[in-house]
Design a binder for this molecule. Structure first.
Ligand SMILES: O=C(O)CCC(=O)C(=O)O
Ligand SMILES: [Fe+2]
Length: 332
């Protein structure tokens, strides 16, 4: 629903992680407190920081350091893994090739998606069929990222158990047919420092919402660039906090929650004199899942919730929502 929040809350999820394999986790005092904080953050801001997440800080750092090394390479080297339609829209894109709502973004990136079994999801899935294009330089980048992605997937599943409890459901609400076989997207992002050589605008990443369930952002330390829009339209800074992830809710969770939780608009402006790296991991539903409001959210407190009365929350098939976005996101 969003509010006039002034800052983004920090949540220590370690009590949730300690109990996340216990079906009775919802009765544990530590878990109840994390769930309360998750509910508050998801209701008011749709954004929160996560600490106590169990992924070693050294790995968060290594991912950013190696990514800096890749983006420092000359264009000829980076373009060896150039994003193209036959690779299923996977690979490298240079500054201003990604478009948000019609405006070129001041960032370069490597886009990756969970690989799809050919033919598994018909015409829609076909567009994203292909292999991820990992750079050979710096060495072992692929191995590092695959390990990192697995850790992000596990962490996201466990945070989603807390969010399922926060919505009043069972911890496993987002497993099985909904997100038991979760799709994922990773965007490895690099934002040029100021002044820009070929700048047409200042916006590193235009205002947007994320598409799926939950995003884990591993952003560069020491540079304030990420901003989140509150209810009155004010842009609130989400400064980096070393060793944490910035988490935010995507469009599919907004639908599941019947609008109780917001997929909040955010943008990136790198006004600093340092190159900024950010690695965004997006935890999604199963690729072909038809997403609609959960009954527990329609019926919360025995009546249709407030958000439902003021705005219509649409249904969506996740894969169609994603592909619709991907096809309008690039110029070649
Ligand atoms: O660069 C960032 O920290 C945020 C990027 C982002 O919002 C996205 O890729 O969806
Ligand atoms: Fe985003």
């Amino acid at each position: 629903m969003c509010s006039n929040f002034k800052s983004i809350p920090m949540i220590d999820v370690s009590p949730l992680l300690a109990k996340c394999d216990d079906p009775k986790m919802g009765e544990d005092g530590g878990v109840i407190e994390v769930v309360r904080q998750l509910n508050q953050a998801c209701t008011q801001a749709g954004f929160f920081y996560v600490k106590g997440h169990g992924i070693p800080i050294s790995i968060l750092q290594e991912v950013k350091e190696k990514t800096h090394k890749f983006f420092e390479l000359p264009y000829e080297e980076k373009s060896k893994i150039k994003l193209n339609a036959t690779a299923g829209y996977r690979g490298y894109q240079k500054v201003l090739e990604n478009i948000t709502k019609g405006v070129p973004d001041m960032h370069e990136a490597i886009d990756c998606y969970r690989e799809l079994k050919p033919g598994a999801y018909g015409e829609v899935g076909k567009i994203l069929e292909g292999h991820n294009q990992w750079p050979l330089n710096p060495p072992n980048y692929k191995e590092m990222m695959e390990k990192y992605i697995n850790m992000c997937t596990d962490l996201s599943r466990n945070i989603m158990r807390g969010i399922a409890l926060a919505l009043g459901g069972s911890p496993y609400e987002f497993e099985g047919d909904r997100a038991g076989d979760p799709f994922w997207v990773v965007r490895i992002l690099g934002y040029p420092k100021k002044p820009f050589e070929n700048g047409v605008n200042d916006i590193g990443c235009g205002a947007h919402t994320d598409y799926g369930l939950l995003t884990l952002l591993n952003q560069e330390d020491g540079i304030n660039a990420l901003e989140v829009r509150n209810l009155s339209g004010k842009w609130i800074s989400a400064p980096p906090v070393p060793g944490t992830f910035v988490c935010n809710i995507g469009d599919m969770l907004k639908i599941y929650s019947n609008g109780l939780y917001e997929s909040t608009l955010h943008r990136v402006i790198n006004n600093s004199d340092r190159y900024r790296v950010s690695v965004a991991y997006f935890y999604e539903t199963n690729f072909h899942t038809a997403v609609e409001p959960l009954d527990i959210c329609k019926q919360r407190n025995g009546k249709v919730n407030q958000a439902d009365e003021t705005k219509k929350v649409e249904r969506a098939v996740y894969g169609e929502h994603l592909v619709g976005k991907v096809l309008t996101n690039f110029v070649f």
